[in-house]
Design a protein around this ligand. Structure first.
Ligand code: UD1
Ligand code: PEP
Length: 436
């Protein structure tokens, strides 16, 4: 079994470059299958497990996809197989993002119904209601959702009960090939929505208002392949910001887009962390002593749920009591139990967690329960006594490219090992101790 082993106590120094955003590239790859003319070339694509899964989803549909050196080329000109089976959706919920593109281009899509996951039940009812409003028929049964449309979808006015990122994306993509205008009200405003809208506009659709709560989409009869560069990953950047802060380090995060991270920067500033805009990125300097704070996760521009567990790791090191309230997902506190294994004083009260700091965290065997929880455990390990061994790396690999290597290059004592490597490390450590 592979593990990331981290030993705490080193201040991080240096420069780290942000990858392209996972949550932007997945919908953009899905949208690329709507091009019936020309191929799409996407740059700054991170080499993540989720990107490989999305590539497999498209490949299984008979699209031609090449992925090399952070560039993906998609050619979907010939008719595709309009199905995404369970094996892909099981690995990655974002596979449901091919529903809108397939439905609007081919009049049919069949995708395995995503189940709940470690962070909540995560239904797709709002995606399906949107398609229905545009004239599609929806059938759910035998673990699959199947959507049909006779002729082109029709533009419609759609109000989302919650500003769901996935529903906004799926409806935007379906609307890009629909007849007439679609208006999405109470739309999600995340930067990744804006990136998708820019991509759809280049392909030939007309999307206005992305990044606000009302998005208007005028569909085109046909879309064409284009070249596009993916926006930087604000959650990867945020994770390195916490790494710098938690160790009292000084790190330049190259390519970080601070406009996308206002709520996070402001919370970290409240905790005493300093930020300096530089020409090619954002410099983060951790304080000698962190102050406590309270935060509530909300849809963008509120505090992102995908940074909640990493901020909990930071709060464990603050002097005083902090409170985190999670409002986006109903069950995103699985990391709390793992933090307790590291001696953390954390208590769940309904949708909130009370974090008592400062505490001397102790290295322990812990498991990543989802990808951000995994990152948070590594972050906690950066300031813990002794060795923290993080397992279930498959979660972390979904959203981080070589996180251990990048932290090591910033000076952390961290290594990714398999069982054989670990046995050898234990022998070396035992020899060192017996020689003392
Ligand atoms: C690939 C991707 O971009 N993933 C992100 C996306 O997930 P995802 O798009 O799945 O998240 P949503 O914004 O859709 O979910 C937000 C909330 O809405 C609920 N909901 C959603 C759809 C629906 O049809 N019905 C419904 O009730 C969900 O259960 C959840 O409680 O946004 C989340 C919220 O910022 C992030 O944590 C994920 O990293
Ligand atoms: C929850 C996340 O992703 P996904 O929606 O792909 O599960 C995430 O990126 O933190």
């Amino acid at each position: 079994m592979e593990k990331i082993i981290v030993s705490g106590g080193r201040k991080l120094q240096g420069t780290v470059k942000v990858e392209g955003a996972k949550n932007a590239v997945l919908p953009v790859i899905a949208a690329s299958i709507m091009a019936s003319k020309g191929r799409s070339v996407l740059h700054d694509v991170p080499a993540l497990a989720d990107v490989v899964t999305m590539k497999e989803v498209l490949h299984n549909m008979n699209a031609s996809v090449q992925f090399q050196d952070n560039t993906i080329t998609v050619n979907a000109v010939k008719p595709l197989i309009t199905e995404a089976p369970f094996e892909y959706v099981r690995k990655m919920r974002a596979s449901v993002l091919v529903l809108g593109p397939m439905l609007s281009r081919f009049g049919h899509a069949k995708v395995a119904m995503p189940g709940g996951c470690a962070i909540g039940s995560r239904p797709i009812d709002l995606h399906l209601k949107g398609f229905e409003a545009m004239g599609a028929k929806v059938h759910v049964g035998n673990g699959y959702v199947e959507v049909f449309s006779e002729g082109r979808l029709k533009g419609a006015k759609i109000y989302l009960d919650v500003p769901s990122v996935g529903a906004t994306e799926n409806i935007m993509m379906a609307a890009a090939l629909a007849e007439g205008r679609t208006v999405i009200e109470n739309a999600a405003k995340e930067p990744e929505i804006v990136d998708l809208a820019n991509f759809l506009n280049k392909m030939g659709a007309k999307v206005i208002g992305a990044g606000t709560e009302m998005i208007k989409i005028d569909g085109a009869p046909q879309l064409h392949g284009v070249e596009h560069t993916i926006i930087p990953d604000r959650i990867e950047a945020g994770t390195f910001m916490v790494a710098a802060a938690i160790t009292g380090g000084n790190v330049l995060i190259k390519g970080a887009e601070s406009e996308h991270m206002r709520s996070l920067i402001s919370k970290m500033e409240e905790m005493g962390v300093q930020f300096f805009e530089e020409e090619d990125g954002l410099r983060v300097i951790g304080p000698e002593q962190l102050k406590p704070t309270d935060l509530k996760t909300l849809p963008h521009p509120g505090f992102p749920t995908d940074m909640q567990s990493q901020m909990m790791a930071l709060m464990l090191n603050a002097v005083g009591t902090s409170v985190i309230t999670e409002t986006v997902f109903e069950n995103r506190f699985m990391h709390v139990e793992e933090f307790r294994r590291m001696n953390a004083k954390v208590k769940i009260e309904g949708r909130s967690v009370i974090v008592e700091g400062p505490i001397t965290l102790q290295g322990a065997e812990v498991a990543a329960t989802d990808l951000r929880a995994g990152a948070a455990l590594i972050l906690a390990g950066l300031n813990a006594e002794g060795y923290t061994r993080v397992t279930a790396l498959n979660h972390i690999d979904r959203g981080y490219v070589d996180i251990a290597g990048k932290l090591a290059r910033l000076g952390a004592d961290i290594e990714r090992v398999d069982d054989a490597d670990e046995a050898m490390l234990d022998t070396i450590e035992n020899q060192r101790l017996s020689a003392l």
